[in-house]
Design a protein around this ligand. Sequence first.
Ligand code: ASP
Length: 349
Amino acid sequence: MNESIFQACFRLFLYFGVWVVVVGFVYSQELVSGSRIGIAIHGGAGTILKENMSPEEEETYRAELREALLVGYEILKGGGSSLDAVEKAINILEDSPLFNAGKGAVFTNSGTNELDASIMDGKTLNAGAVAAVKHTKNPISLARLVMEKSPHVMLVGEGAAVFAEKLGMKPVPQEYFYTEKRWLQLQKIKAREKSVAPDKPVPRGSQSRTEKFGTVGVVALDQDGNLAAGTSTGGMTNKRFGRVGDSPIIGAGTYANNQTCAVSATGHGEYFIRGVIAYDVSALMQYGGLSLAEAADKVIREKLGAMGGSGGIIAIDREGNIAMPFNTAGMYRGYMDRNGKPVIRIYRD
Ligand code: ASP
């Protein structure tokens, strides 16, 4: 008798235990699938080789990328929008002198800084962009204002500056963007240009394939399943005649669509514009049925490579899958893994 009561209790205890485990598992699955978020970041692609970088220098880049990634991730974790995550994470990189965006932007041929940026909302397909702005500390924030507070998609130069001031954005002097490293880069390219083609007004190839592209970009997926992408840059060193690259061009350097993915690019902009690179990844998914990894890989390795262009992209799909293909030696990049841990990479491996 005593033994059977003991057995019954044990059975009850066992049932209860199994029940707790099953309910706990279902609940945790729901929580995970209901709040899947994701974020990826880049700080430019190019000839980034381990042998050319000191451990300290490498750690500085890693730390900045990690900080920006965490700022974006915290916003997403707190239920914030992918647009906020993209903008705020890019602001960190724009304010850092390490990257070719905001402070630390590259110089034009005439020694000025002209910045480009764009942002896109995958839910509405709304987008905003600015090009050749000279006094905006955070061009990605101005691009967002263009998207949200104007009926337009892209504003350039003086007009964009007037718009910025109207909306209360304080202009910064050109000196704000100065860094010695970028100034010396311009002098080096100019000297090379002179020695290679002294008589040509616009020597081709002065933006060589071995150059570093320090543009920054972020793609994100929020708890509501909305995707967003943003890109900010100083363009390419020694650019002239009001040259605008791919970064502010929707479909070339930036694209987001909730049905497919969000993409931000870095590399030799002329090729990304001609190849409509960012949109191509989305189109291959939407019309070709490719996965994010297949589409991203195809566009960078096959299309961009075949055109002779160099660079890379970061991309995220609506399930939170991330792809980061590039055809240069390296690309500053990072993402948050499924356990909420930042992963930062620089070189090919
Ligand atoms: N894509 C940018 C441009 O062509 C350069 C970069 O990625 O750093 O303006």
